[in-house]
Design a protein around this ligand. Structure first.
Ligand code: CAO
Length: 560
């Protein structure tokens, strides 16, 4: 069967555009004119459809990659009769003009909204009208991108219009101040309709251009398809075309899509509040705030459906995850991630990305505390029901004291507000055969070292046996991750959102400490405090660590 090279057709004045969506995968059977990829410039997005039906054999573009006219999109096994001119290695089928709404449209750029000099002077009120937008008729104004009084730049989008097949921004061809807006949301506009009256310096070419010659307007903004040429199968159809988009693309203007991508917001998870459910800038901002505050865990959901390694990164606006055929380099074995690893991986990924986290490393002297711990355990040797006391129980108690002194460490972000919690539930990371779990010691402030040690032992056992209930893993206000039983020096733990800090602890070692006269062997515990910089300042983090160190250095301070 012949392999057809499907290439990017003539897309007008687009030079290099970015691939923002790959809508098919190898093995897919595609129809003629089915969209294959979505590309985007800073002003528009458009889908590149397939020139004929067939089965996708190889995809030659990657998310985030740049393409231009003639770039190879994919290899297709044609399901139609042979097409010799389209065989791999032979010249590509002629990129064809774009049929939009059944009309003849080529992928030429939309000229900037045409200014019509109301006065011959180079400055003063200038009418800006809808330029030639090809065969688009009665397109709806779905977004006002400027308001009266705004100072706008040359080529800045004024309004977004939408037909049933495309959305496009109508840019201004002059810089100036918006004096009057002549359209409103929901209006239908056509070529030549008055959009706005601007005051400012009109570019020379613009002032020379007659109203009836919008195509001559300067600074054409590559947006959508216009002009005329014979229609043929291959076509570049502007994106967000409900009729054309096979996988229900969210409705949003190109600039909103770009904004969302910059923030790593998956558009298909954002609820649009604009006209016809369209996603606006404010929706993106609201979504971002909700995720940051922990109210929405959508990135986690996205990551859960994919490997904890980060999936293909598309949901986060990243370049795709490298695909390597490891077997080419040596023998391999493939094992699925455990359910716990998938869930915790998704949470870790979200927390690592969403939280501007900083880690402070510090040491504290636990020589006396360790001596006390050892003697306490010795005293209890004869009591079989007494739980063994480990350093972690003291750390939990010490952290409660530090959290009380520095309450913002025991808070959570909720939008623009900080929620201070007047309870102290401390989570501790437990290593289990299936992955990391975080049981929670509730009301640690009300419990003694023995009770905490006993509960910790029970919860850690339940974690290892896979028997922890959701209630036993929820409600933490702060978490400790101790690798003290294993080793290491320092590490950078990831905050367990919506908490705002986490303490990492490694193995204590005897270190020489200068006491002013001589070096003394002191048992030194390394601490690593990771904190959310939106809530906590570096100075507060340093103070927290110092205070924690003072408590661990002399545990009587807990009583103060
Ligand atoms: N320095 C030196 N020794 C330490 C120590 C420290 N900071 N912390 C614990 N130890 C010692 C204990 O005293 C104990 O020694 P003995 O057996 O001689 O008494 C030994 O190490 C083992 O302690 P433990 O790990 O069983 O007990 P714990 O209370 O310290 O920790 C638990 C319990 C459940 C937290 C731990 O078993 C665990 O799972 N830790 C791993 C947590 C983890 O994976 N964190 C990483 C998260 S980020 O990926």
């Amino acid at each position: 069967m012949a392999l057809i090279e499907v290439k990017v057709p003539d897309i007008g004045d687009f030079d290099e555009v970015t691939v923002i969506e790959v809508m098919v995968k190898v093995g897919d059977t595609v129809k003629a004119e089915q969209s294959l990829i979505t590309v985007e410039s800073d002003k528009a997005s458009m889908e590149i459809p397939c020139s004929q039906a067939g089965v996708v054999k190889e995809i030659k573009v990657a998310l985030g990659g740049k393409v231009k006219q003639g770039s190879l999109v994919l290899l297709l096994e044609s399901s139609s009769a042979s097409s010799p001119s389209g065989q791999a290695g032979s010249p590509p089928p002629q990129p064809s003009p774009v049929p939009v709404e059944g009309s003849k449209v080529s992928a030429a750029p939309v000229a900037a909204a045409a200014p019509v000099a109301a006065a011959p002077a180079a400055s003063g009120p200038v009418e800006v009208r809808v330029p030639d937008i090809g065969d688009f008729k009665d397109v709806t104004v779905i977004e006002m991108l400027v308001k009266v009084g705004d100072t706008i730049k040359l080529e800045q989008g004024l309004i977004t219009v939408e037909s049933d097949k495309a959305s496009m921004e109508i840019p201004s061809s002059m810089a100036g101040v918006v004096k009057e807006l002549k359209v409103k949301l929901g209006d239908k506009v056509n070529i030549g309709d008055l959009v706005a009256i601007l005051e400012g310096s009109a570019p020379a070419a613009a002032s020379a251009a007659p109203a009836s010659a919008p195509a001559a307007a300067p600074a054409a903004a590559p947006v959508a398809a216009v002009a005329s040429a014979p229609a043929a199968p291959a076509a570049a159809v502007p994106a967000h075309a409900p009729g054309a988009a096979p996988i229900g693309l969210p409705h949003a203007s190109p600039s909103v899509r770009k904004f969302a991508r910059e923030l790593g917001v998956p558009l298909n998870e954002v609820k649009g509040t604009g006209l016809k459910g369209r996603i606006t800038d404010s929706d993106i901002q609201y979504f971002t705030r909700s995720v940051m505050s922990g109210a929405v865990q959508t990135l986690a959901a996205a990551a859960q459906a994919k490997p904890a390694s980060g999936g293909d990164g598309a949901a986060l606006g990243l370049i795709p995850w490298p695909k390597v055929d490891f077997a080419k380099f040596g023998p391999i074995e493939r094992k699925d991630l455990s359910r716990i690893k998938k869930i915790s991986g998704a949470n870790l990924l979200r927390n690592a990305i969403m939280i501007p986290a900083v880690t402070n490393h510090d040491d504290c002297d636990i020589t006396d505390l360790e001596a006390f711990r050892v003697s306490t355990n010795k005293e209890n040797e004869k009591n079989p029901s007494a739980a063994k006391v480990t350093m972690l129980a003291f750390l939990i108690k010490a952290c409660v004291a530090a959290l009380k002194k520095f309450p913002e460490f025991n808070s959570s972000l909720d939008g623009d507000a900080l929620v201070y919690k007047n309870y102290w539930h401390i989570g501790f990371a437990a290593d289990t055969p299936n992955g990391l779990m975080v049981p929670v010691i509730k009301d640690a402030d009300k419990k003694g070292i023995f009770q905490i040690s006993q509960e910790m032992g029970e919860l850690a056992k339940k974690a290892r046996d896979g028997k922890l209930s959701p209630a036993e893993m929820s409600g933490a206000t702060f978490t400790i991750s101790s690798l003290g039983g294993i080793g290491g020096r320092y590490f950078t733990p990831i905050i367990n959102a919506p908490e705002v800090a986490i303490l990492g602890v490694c193995r204590s070692t005897i270190e020489p400490k200068w006491d002013g006269k001589a070096f003394q062997p002191r048992l030194t515990l390394p601490l690593s405090l990771t904190w959310d910089h939106r809530v906590i300042d570096g100075a507060a983090a340093a103070r927290f660590n110092v205070y924690l160190g003072q408590i661990l250095g002399d545990f009587r301070r807990v009583l103060l």
